[in-house]
Design a protein around this ligand. Structure first.
Ligand code: ADP
Length: 161
């Protein structure tokens, strides 16, 4: 039984994240999409809202479970009996950061190996922060997120303005 975890901030989930989730879910029995619940950050969406948005974008994938975690990722990995941490790589910057994190996580939990999936070219330029920035400035971000959550992001941005 292979249980993988795809952790992240997902503030909000983008088409890039969705692509990694779809591809990762094909490689394991169960993929946990795990939203980091970090009270020190001030995200656009609350953890519960992020979870709802992710569920709306992944309801077509049967082996995906969406939940939140706090504390150390390696402890969460142990709690759910996962054997792989999944991360997406868009560019060299992501790679440098991620390979360091993967070595650290392996040191903290020798059963926690990280698997990287390279972003498909059309998703390489997408990040949650660029979605927020474009939305905040009134730009069209419809090609960057799932159409099911476009209005919710717009509404949240309007509320925050
Ligand atoms: P974090 O704050 O932990 O970086 P993110 O929510 O920004 O969390 O991203 C979670 C994971 O998804 C990271 O591995 C990140 O590199 C990856 N990711 C983010 N955007 C994309 C994208 N457009 N294509 C592929 N992977 C992505």
């Amino acid at each position: 039984m292979s249980i993988w975890v795809y952790p992240g901030s997902f503030d909000p989930i983008t088409l890039g994240h969705e692509n990694i989730i779809e591809r990762g879910a094909r490689l394991c029995d169960t993929l946990y999409v795990a939203v980091l619940d970090n009270p020190n950050k001030s995200p656009l969406f609350s953890t519960d809202e992020k979870i709802e948005l992710i569920k709306k974008c992944t309801s077509h994938i049967p082996n995906v479970v969406v939940e939140c975690f706090n504390g150390l990722l390696v402890d969460y990995v142990k709690d759910i009996n996962a054997n792989v941490i999944l991360r997406g790589i868009r560019n060299v910057g992501d790679y440098e950061y991620e390979q360091n994190m993967s070595v650290l996580n392996k040191k903290l939990n020798e059963n926690a190996d990280t698997v990287f999936i390279c972003a498909d070219p059309e998703f390489r330029c997408i990040s949650s922060s660029s979605v927020k920035e474009i939305a905040m400035l009134g730009g069209d971000f419809s090609g960057l997120v799932n159409e099911n959550i476009f209005n919710e992001i717009n509404n949240q941005i309007t509320r925050r303005k």
